[in-house]
Write a protein that binds this ligand. Sequence first.
Ligand SMILES: NC(=O)c1ccc[n+]([C@@H]2O[C@H](COP(=O)([O-])OP(=O)(O)OC[C@H]3O[C@@H](n4cnc5c(N)ncnc54)[C@H](OP(=O)(O)O)[C@@H]3O)[C@@H](O)[C@H]2O)c1
Length: 506
Amino acid sequence: MSDEAVHHRWMQECLRIAGEARKNVGNGAMAGAVLVHENKIIAQGVHRGFGQVHAERDLLLSFGEEIPSGAILYVNLEPCCHQGKTPPCTDIILERGVKRVCFGMRDPDSRVSGKGIEVLRSAGVEVIGPTARASCERFNRGFVSVRTKGRPWVTLKKAMTKDGRIANEDGSTLKITSEEQDCWAHTFLRSRHDAILVGAETVVRDDPKLDVRRASAPFPQALPPAVPSSPDPFPHGGKGNTEEWPDPYSKIPVHASVLHHARKMRKNPTPAELKLWEELRDNKLGCWFRRQHPIGCYILDFYCNDFRLGIEIDGSIHDDPEQRKQDEERTAALEEIKDVTLLRFSNDQVLQDLPAVLQTIKEQLTKAPPLMGEGMGVREKEGRAGPEVTTHNTYQPWRIILDPSLRIPLDAQVVTDEARTETIIITDASRAGSETAELLRGRGVRVFGVPASGGRFDLPSLWRVLTTPTEDFHGLTSILVEGGARTWQICMDAGVVDEEIMLIGS
Ligand SMILES: NC(=O)c1ccc[n+]([C@@H]2O[C@H](COP(=O)([O-])OP(=O)(O)OC[C@H]3O[C@@H](n4cnc5c(N)ncnc54)[C@H](OP(=O)(O)O)[C@@H]3O)[C@@H](O)[C@H]2O)c1
């Protein structure tokens, strides 16, 4: 294994550990650290909760022995160098004589942002990184969003029948998704956001639980095995498995027809993009179209049976020289990404000879290299030491209800069940002191007032309430908006959707 692959592998371990503290860290970053010596983890640490010591400090405080020379301290976020709620991590790293540090991403917090690396380097520490930067940034996308945009990361999740319905005509609940899709959504969407958000009407009509209860189902192991050598790229009738990239733990069941695309795709696709995307979707080949690639790249990620294929449509249609230059830079960056086989088509090819384009894609799928390699989604148990961490299955996100007039039924599950203290009701500021609000607070439900006008919350105020730590609520960084249609629309119209995931029911 190359040094880079080794670093990548241990960085994935940091992310796995870090993820155990999701939601507990409030508006802060999830961070995990491992100290590796002779290919073994000899200590590990985690940022356990808001205001608590960071992962590197946690590790070094728990590891009383001398740091072996040659050991590498891995941490997914650049060590901090400022006195915040806890002392600078660079101090303890230097005090303990750590000689090599490998970090995943720079800290977007302006108080750090490269300075932590500088402090270590100028003290003679060998600093390696950023390693697996895309994975690390993707993993902490909520934290990055709060620090850079002042709002949480917003993912929209929609379930839709093939003919485009999201509920029955009378508004009653329509079961759209399969057990497997639910399982995927609980594992990779609900478990990977700090909060699930719905509008009041969804609570009135569906009385949802908004919890994680299917994440322990046998997914993705239950998927059919990959058949890389099969001449048929879709040996399971369009089935396969995929990996959310660059988050190595997510696998999207293609046969569930998951269409994943970013907001911009909808807003401004070129005719060629749209045509190819629709064709792949309609063929139920399972595709994933994203504009907001971590490197800013314009790419269609297409996955089947562990193959990763990037499809790029020639960006030269852009008249704007600046835009063209950006495209060229992105293409160059794309070529450097490992594990992606890149196919390029011109706009004319897609628009004028689509069957030939599809044929090329299918042929490529039969020979593309397998996606799952060392350090990519493979959790290696060997060589690990330290306590076993619990799995994500116990994780429960916050539940946020947008209810300006406090009209949800008082016997709704979200305000009566055991997890009601994890429910946040956002109501019009003028109702925050009402009798109903007090009654709910008496049950342990959190009721926050946000100014609204014309029945719509002021979004900057809403983000402030949700991301600013207080004594008993430490803020959050990522939200999965599950519906319904009006709530989706409000988010889209406000331009706050970072990703959109559509589960098409069978
Ligand atoms: N297929 C799916 O994926 C899916 C998912 C969830 C729900 N659904 C279905 O969707 C239907 C409900 O959808 P819907 O569009 O009627 O209602 P909804 O989106 O669930 O709720 C809309 C209401 O939420 C409040 N709200 C939302 N955003 C707000 C904002 N920014 N500011 C202030 N208030 C805000 C408003 O409450 P007020 O009306 O009190 O002002 C608004 O009218 C149900 O039938 C449900 O089964 C489907």
